[in-house]
Write a protein that binds this ligand. Structure first.
Ligand code: SF4
Ligand code: SF4
Length: 401
């Protein structure tokens, strides 16, 4: 019990000390790939000029007194080119307008060469890249040749000391190959994040691929069951967050927290949006970095009001839900996409309930097991110790650093 309390205090202290403001930089919405269910790209959209980076830095002056984490996202952010990053990274890193900056980048990596990899290694840029499993499954969803192009650059990144993890999107098609997909990541010891293919506000191309909430929930439960055998081999970040959130009773992932204001995204022209998912949608522009809006200015905009409406709606609609403290209605973007209104929770609610219930039930069972000394014969004890060797507990995940 004392151990648990200490861990809570340590985690809480760390949070207070390292409060982070997440600024997503979207250098372009353009992308060279044509993934079937993607809704985040827009061909022919503009590319960010380095002057916008300078405007971001000057806008951040006094905006918030927190650590800033910059994520380059897209579209495909490497389309901005080597010269853009060569200038942007030191400018953002060394600016005195904000506390120490950390960097990440989400990319298909096709344009990564040794020169860029060395630059990203120098600035400790953590990269996430999308691969949906073995070549056949991935290329069926993302297009012929995608797998080889990304994996070739993955090797360049690794050889140059860049930290790369994967994002695996499960669709209505690939959910039926969950075992093959899991084994692919396990065999290669690749760390990953899970995404569910979801509908979008921009286009209906993603609809046939979208994962139904019940399927999504069951997929999470099945994968968690597998993951509990392999915590020493791979990392599935979603489960680490879901378990930690359940333990701390507050969301540690944007989907399960009040993301408003702690994340903002900047489009190629300097427009400010609530998050990368809204970039390019004129109804969600909250200002432009060139005008240096303060947080107070941003709070007076219509998009902010819509997101506030979402929060108020969640407080009312989810008030009797056991998981409200660490789900917070899920992602507001998903709610808005599904209904066209900010007065709706994330339609993946059912999936979240399923996985939170599964994690809570496992934790309760483990607690009971440890509290009540088992009555068993020698054989049972031996079997149990063998299975303990193979399987980690949900508490191991909850307390994972
Ligand atoms: S809108 Fe959704 S994806 Fe964007 S920060 Fe909020 S929870 Fe995360
Ligand atoms: S699980 Fe569903 S009802 Fe519960 S807080 Fe999340 S969105 Fe609301």
């Amino acid at each position: 019990m004392n151990k648990q309390i200490n861990i809570k205090i340590n985690i809480n202290n760390k949070k207070v000390k390292n409060m982070t403001f997440h600024v997503m930089i979207i250098p372009t919405l353009d992308c060279q790939s044509n993934c079937s269910y993607c809704w985040g790209s827009k061909k022919g959209s503009g590319i960010m000029d380095i002057d916008i980076i300078k405007e971001i830095i000057s806008w951040l002056d006094g905006f918030r007194d927190d650590y800033v984490h910059f994520t380059f996202h897209g579209g495909e952010p490497l389309l901005a080119g080597y010269d853009f990053y060569k200038e942007a990274l030191p400018l953002l890193k060394n600016a005195t307008t904000h506390k120490e900056a950390g960097f990440s980048l989400q990319s298909n990596l096709w344009l990564l060469d040794e020169k860029l990899a060395k630059l990203f290694a120098e600035y400790n840029v953590a990269i996430s890249t999308s691969i949906d499993g073995p070549r056949e499954i991935n290329d069926y969803q993302r297009g012929e040749g995608y797998f080889d192009k990304t994996m070739k650059s993955y090797k360049i990144a690794k050889d140059n000391g860049v930290n790369v993890s994967f994002i695996c999107t499960f669709t209505d098609y690939s959910k039926d190959f969950k075992d093959e997909i899991y084994d692919f990541f396990l065999k290669n010891e690749y760390s990953l994040k899970l995404h569910a293919a979801l509908p979008s506000l921009r286009d209906d191309n993603a609809d046939p691929w979208a994962l139904a909430p019940e399927d999504h929930g069951q997929l999470l439960i099945d994968l968690l069951d597998k993951y509990l055998h392999d915590l020493d081999k791979i990392e599935i970040k979603d489960f680490d967050h879901i378990c930690k959130s359940t333990f701390l009773r507050r969301g540690t992932l944007c989907t399960f927290a009040d993301c408003m204001g702690d994340t903002l995204a900047i489009g190629h022209d300097g427009n400010i949006y609530p998050c990368y998912r809204f970039v390019g949608m004129s109804d969600y522009v909250m200002g432009n970095v060139k005008d240096k809006p303060t947080m107070e200015n941003i709070k007076k905009t219509e998009p902010w009001e819509k997101l506030q409406e979402f929060k108020d709606f969640v407080d009312e609609d989810c008030k009797s839900c056991t998981y409200i403290k660490f789900c917070r209605g899920g992602c507001p973007y998903n709610g808005i996409v599904a209904t066209g209104s900010s007065k709706a929770v994330d339609p993946q609610c059912e999936a979240y309930k399923m996985i939170f219930k599964n994690v809570s039930d496992r934790a309760n069972k483990e607690f009971l097991k440890s509290a009540i000394p088992p009555m068993m014969d020698k054989t049972t004890t031996q079997n149990q110790s063998i299975s303990k060797k193979r399987k980690f507990s949900i508490m191991d995940l909850m307390l994972k650093k």
